[in-house]
Design a protein around this ligand. Structure first.
Ligand SMILES: [Zn+2]
Length: 207
């Protein structure tokens, strides 16, 4: 594979000069395709005649993609303290050093799994029904409400909205149903099948 160094010369068609020009690889701030914001210090081929960016080498594309993914969306829902504790106990099962920071990757992991599961909409609707009927039985002691607030990647937000459509659930009800799924898949079984994968995720998140 060709790897370009800063200062290296090449040739490319410049859209501005409308001809084949010599180029020099330089670090530049490059705007996103959608025009919102820029990616800083990306190695690109710059036209030697007009100074325009004419090409982006393969080695620079992951950085552009990563920068776009981390342009984050706020996820904020009101949950019961019990819901958050399900998440936190699941996190502890994955990693005994887990903190509240792991709530987000846990939800993101399940969103990704549910997205590829044709049975997910039915199951989440079932869980939602169960939660709704459980809610009719008042708790003997008060259970406080808490806010789950975190930043998620646009790809995770898109999965969330996709599942909201296929399940016809409001965002907060969907998150509660996903937490119900986490409870079933991670807390109840003696040997949850997802555990090894999630331990790998935890190792990276905590790195
Ligand atoms: Zn040019």
């Amino acid at each position: 594979m060709k790897f370009y160094e800063a200062g290296e010369k090449s040739k490319a068609i410049c859209a501005h000069c409308k001809t084949l020009v010599t180029t020099t690889f330089q670090y530049r701030d490059v705007p996103f395709d959608d025009g919102e914001g820029v990616v800083k210090d990306i190695l690109v081929a710059v036209c030697d005649v007009c100074n325009a960016v004419v090409a982006i080498p393969a080695q620079s594309t992951p950085a552009i993609r990563r920068a776009r993914e981390t342009a984050e969306v706020t996820l904020e829902v009101s949950l019961s303290a019990r819901d958050l504790q399900v998440l936190d106990l699941a996190a502890l099962r994955i990693d005994s050093a887990a903190t509240a920071r792991f709530r987000k990757p846990l939800i993101a992991h399940f969103l990704r799994r549910l997205e590829n599961d044709p049975d997910a909409p039915n199951r989440l609707a079932e869980i939602n029904k169960r939660i709704a009927s459980a809610r009719k039985v008042p708790s003997l002691v008060p259970v406080p409400r808490k806010r789950l607030s975190c930043k998620i990647a646009p790809v995770t937000d898109a999965r969330l909205h996709q599942l909201m459509q296929t399940t016809s659930l409001k965002k907060s009800d969907l998150i509660k149903a996903i937490i119900g799924e986490i409870e079933e898949k991670l807390l109840l079984p003696d040997a949850p099948p997802d555990l090894p994968v999630l331990r790998d995720v935890a190792a990276v998140v905590n790195a």
